[in-house]
Design a protein around this ligand. Structure first.
Ligand code: AGP
Length: 592
């Protein structure tokens, strides 16, 4: 997810473009750039934040331009991979948000036709395609080029001389802000609110031509009119798309994050999985920190069940100092940021010991990707809130894909599991649709200072994760425990003031968890159960039930963890905690 902008009007374009980009940095901030006409098209771009770039961009009086702030997906963050990208002669410049899935084939074809490419990006094929089809009309050349692109895009195109911008969208958001004889094209509303609150939302397939006099929109060759909206939000609200916190926004982005992660690896129809990584090892050791460590623990259940490959999971900061014996072991690091010092050290240790390494990360070009032999990118998009949510479920999806592809034998039910995987975004959306019910329980939980989370089997790590989320954003002291372990000590802490959140998944642990719940109730602790919507039994034994959609047991950690994220969020909100920036924490811990 990147941020793109375009401006045409009567103001000096440079400061407008940079200001709009600064408002979109929550969409991606690993590199940025602008293009404005001057001596030909002048492009200023680098792997820096917008405020840094500002220092090196002269004002040259131009009243038109385009800009981009990047969240790298193809080609690591660097000056050359930053946008805008241009054609061979630098007469056409393009900024793009989205992914061109067939870029390699198009690039090979264009190179064969004599085009010279400078970057590793998928985007660069677009200005070259426009150059190929340019016959004096920028709009026609853009439309012709888009017919060849398979993927998602929002683009703004600037050319030398026509003094117009051409913008188009398919699956990625794009708006046009309307000012007095000026237009502001952007990925999202926050970019333009300093200048106007009048907005047009472009729809899939729309191509807009914006000149100093007007904007004209066509779709499928026919002129269309898009309704103008007035934006009621402040800028702060807008960056969160109207959500109160980045955390709740990111919780709601999970269906998309899961879809985007699947999309990169799951072919549209066949249960074929193209990972591009190879799990050739006798056994696997996963090492990570915090939420990523919890994902690793779920990964152990998934990989051992589906692929039959033995998996060990270690906390990275301990792995760095222990004497774990590694044979022909593949060492996998899981890290959203790709920058956690403990996980990086663990990967370096594995390299030093001569083991194969892989990282599952959300950040392209991050340090971890420069250490390991293989990289598996999740596609959760930028995660701004300190507490990890959408990156956790996207990491689980990565582990399902790895397990399904590592399964050497063609096992019965594989295709149906792949089908279930495809349905996960819809199942997660159904939990989000029931948010209010969970919010009420969050408010109830906010009244306590201590809590336990319990579960068994593949959901035990989800109990750990639920406890971590509650701890880090609501400051309620919470412990995650295997449900069968409470009676070996923690039972001593059970009172009517110590609620227990019990995950009762419909798998082979269900009856045992129910027994544990009865034992807990016998000590008068309030129990909130997380159970499948078809489960009418559980109500009899607990105080409250959070119902989640039915899924194959192996996928239950995804739906259960989203429910617990919402529970923690509403408890923290009820307590008035600084949810996106909890005290004493950082989004990525870059020190040991
Ligand atoms: C989770 O909500 C926390 N932000 C923290 O535990 C985090 O998961 C941990 O620091 C690991 O970060 P990483 O995934 O970026 O390596």
């Amino acid at each position: 997810m990147c941020g793109i902008v375009g401006y045409i009007g009567h103001r000096e374009a440079q400061p407008v473009l940079l200001n709009c980009l600064g408002r979109l940095e929550y969409r991606g901030y690993d590199s940025c750039g602008i293009a404005i006409p001057g001596n030909g098209i002048e492009v200023y771009k680098d792997a820096v934040r917008v405020a840094q770039l500002e220092k090196s961009v002269p004002q040259n009086g131009a009243n038109i331009g385009i800009g981009h702030t990047r969240w790298a997906t193809h080609g690591k963050p660097s000056q050359i991979n930053a946008h805008p990208h241009t054609d061979c002669d630098g007469r056409i410049a393009v900024v793009h948000n989205g992914v061109v899935y067939n870029f390699q084939r198009l690039k090979d074809q264009l190179v064969a036709e004599g085009h010279t490419f400078r970057s590793e990006t998928d985007t660069e094929v677009i200005p070259h395609l426009i150059e190929k089809y340019y016959r004096g009309d920028l709009e026609e050349a853009v439309k012709r080029s888009l017919l060849e692109i398979n993927g998602s895009y929002a683009i703004v195109v600037l050319d030398q001389g026509s003094h117009r911008l051409v913008a188009a969208r398919k699956e990625s958001p794009l708006i046009i802000g309307i000012g007095d004889r000026e237009w502001f094209i952007a990925s999202d509303v926050p970019a333009i609110l300093d200048y106007t609150d009048r907005v047009i939302y472009l729809e899939d397939g729309d191509v807009a031509v914006v000149t100093p006099e007007e904007e004209r929109i066509t779709n499928d060759g026919k002129e269309v009119a898009r309704e103008e909206h007035l934006i009621p939000w402040s800028i702060d609200e807008a960056e969160k798309s109207g959500y109160e916190h980045f955390l709740i926004k990111e919780i709601h982005e999970q269906p998309k994050a899961i879809q985007n992660t699947l999309r990169g690896y799951l072919s549209a129809v066949e249960p074929a999985i193209e990972l591009g990584v190879d799990i050739d090892a006798d056994d696997i050791l996963i090492q990570a920190c915090g939420t990523s460590y919890h994902a690793g623990l779920v990964g152990k259940y998934i990989i051992e069940e589906l692929a039959g490959v033995p998996v060990r999971v270690e906390i990275a900061s301990e792995f760095n100092y222990d004497h774990t014996v590694l044979g022909k072991t593949m060492v996998i690091g899981i890290t959203q940021s790709g920058e956690s010092a403990d996980t990086l050290l663990g990967l370096k240790k594995a390299k030093r010991l001569g083991n194969k390494t892989m990282v599952i990360t959300n950040v392209l070009g991050s340090s971890a990707t420069r250490i390991t032999d293989q990289v598996f990118y999740i596609r959760a998009g930028p995660e701004i809130s300190v507490a990890a949510t959408k990156s956790f479920t996207a990491q689980l999806v990565a582990l399902y894909l790895i397990a399904l592809s590592a399964a050497k034998i063609e096992f019965k039910g594989r295709a149906s599991l792949v089908e279930e995987l495809r349905k996960l975004p819809v199942k997660v959306q159904r939990i989000l649709d029931e948010e209010d019910k969970i919010a009420r329980l969050g408010k109830y939980l906010a009244g306590f200072d201590n809590a336990f989370f319990v579960a068994r089997g593949i959901n035990f790590p989800v109990a750990l994760e639920g406890a971590l989320k509650l701890k880090e954003i609501s400051y309620i002291h919470a412990e995650g425990y295997p449900a069968g372990e409470l009676k070996h000590g923690p039972f001593a802490l059970l009172t009517p003031h110590t609620p227990v959140i019990a995950i009762a998944a419909k798998d082979d642990t269900y009856e045992a968890v129910l027994t544990n719940i009865k034992e807990i109730k016998a000590r008068e602790s309030p129990v909130i159960a997380v159970a499948e919507e078809s489960d009418d039994e559980i109500e009899k034994y607990v105080d409250f039930v959070i119902k989640v959609p039915g899924v194959e047991p192996i996928f239950s950690p995804v739906v259960n963890s989203v429910a617990l994220q919402l529970l923690a969020y509403y408890a923290a909100r009820e307590r008035g905690c600084p949810i996106d920036m909890p005290r004493n924490l950082a989004k990525s811990v870059t020190v040991e």
